[in-house]
Design a protein around this ligand. Structure first.
Ligand code: CP3
Length: 344
């Protein structure tokens, strides 16, 4: 049963371009190593193992909601979890990130990856259902990794700065690239569908590394695949947030790909981003390192972000990328309280 107040929650109203009671705020990576209560429950349990334990996922997802009173929970999982669930041999190594045992290089490698069905992820359905029961009128944001960003981990075999092997496949083996992007896009769409059908009321597509691309390469080789994922999520009737890092040259295209809300990193001022995203809401974009500044400096900059956000069709306050693990949770609490007290 959907909570009667959910549809009027500030996050969903802002995402639809309606006037919310206050500007909604949540933080990418709000659950995680910056929280002592997270470190405590994760003790001795691997990251992927945690993501497959519905009780733990429930607890970790709720921790930042309880602490900060943010306007949304983001489902605790990872962009590579659905690949793990279909049987790709990978791990998330502490302090490193996703590592893939046999990187994907050939058409046969792509064809060996199964499509995702709900039977691969019963623990996701279970965790989402129990979370929306507790969250009530607070939205749960489901998420998936976008095809380019997930492809980078699969092709490189681990985290990469240059994404050189990934782009070499894109430039040099377009048929393999196309098949890989379709495969990952299908998995992402199916993964989002499971989350929304279990009760998630918004979704975010993370294309964190899309900023490595020129607009032409993005438009030709990546955008159609992200657009298919977003179109599929669109049929579920929930708002779609589309986020990447270093994407000042791609913001228009990321909107056109089918987003309701375009996520903006901290490098692009919102006043520059808003005209680029068209008739869409924006999310962002305080520099995540400002939590290490004196509180008054952080809040002054937050005020600037909020004021710039007035010009948007809708504005969801966030950091410009994820919470840095050494962040003091008390600073995020002050930030969240400040956004809630700010008069639009
Ligand atoms: O936002 C949230 O609180 C929800 C949870 C979430 C995680 N990963 C948990 C996580 C989300 C939304 C993600 C998405 C994700 N994962 C992205 C896109 C977002 C972004 O930051 O750009 C990417 C690129 C990944 C891949 C990945 N997984 C990386 C780069 C890392 C960090 C490596 C490290 O240890 O510094 C992970 C691991 C990971 N995912 C952690 C968490 C809480 C750390 C695991 C731990 O506690 O040891």
């Amino acid at each position: 049963m959907t909570h009667p107040g959910l549809s009027d929650s500030p996050l969903l109203k802002a995402a639809r371009g309606e006037e919310p009671a206050h500007t909604p705020v949540w933080f990418m990576r709000q659950a995680g190593r910056s929280l002592p209560e997270y470190l405590k429950v994760r003790e001795g349990i691997g990251m992927l193992e945690s993501c497959m334990d519905p009780g733990l996922v429930h607890e970790i997802t709720m921790q930042p909601v309880r602490r900060y009173g943010v306007d949304a929970a983001i489902f605790f999982s990872d962009i590579v979890l659905p690949l793990k669930a279909v049987g790709v041999d990978l791990d998330i190594k502490a302090g490193i990130g996703p590592v893939v045992a046999s990187p994907v290089r050939t058409m046969a490698d792509v064809e060996a990856i199964p499509d995702l069905t709900p039977e691969h992820v019963p623990f996701i359905t279970e965790a989402v259902r129990s979370l929306v029961g507790e969250l009530g009128a607070t939205p749960l944001i489901g998420f998936a990794g976008a095809p380019f960003t997930v492809a980078s981990y699969l092709v490189e075999g681990g985290p990469s700065k240059e994404h050189a092997k990934t782009k070499a496949m894109m430039f040099g083996a377009p048929d393999v690239w196309d098949a890989l992007m379709r495969k990952i896009g299908g998995i992402a769409a199916a993964y989002l569908r499971v989350q929304v059908e279990a009760g998630a009321s918004a979704v975010q597509l993370f294309d964190s590394w899309a900023g490595a691309l020129t607009p032409t390469d993005y438009r030709t080789s990546v955008m159609p695949h992200s657009a298919r994922v977003l179109a599929d999520a669109g049929t579920l009737g929930v708002p779609r947030i589309h986020f990447g890092v270093g994407t000042s040259n791609l913001l228009s295209l990321m909107g056109e790909a089918g987003a309701d809300v375009v996520g903006v990193d901290w490098r692009t001022p919102l006043e520059s981003a808003i005209p680029l995203v068209g008739d869409r809401a924006v999310q962002g974009n305080l520099d995540p390192t400002l939590v290490f500044a004196p509180t008054d400096v952080m809040l002054d900059r937050a005020r600037e972000v909020l004021e710039a956000g007035r010009a948007a069709k809708g504005h969801i306050f966030n950091l410009g990328h994820g919470v840095i693990p050494s962040t003091d949770p008390d600073q995020l609490k002050r930030l969240s309280d400040f956004v809630h007290a700010w008069q639009r």
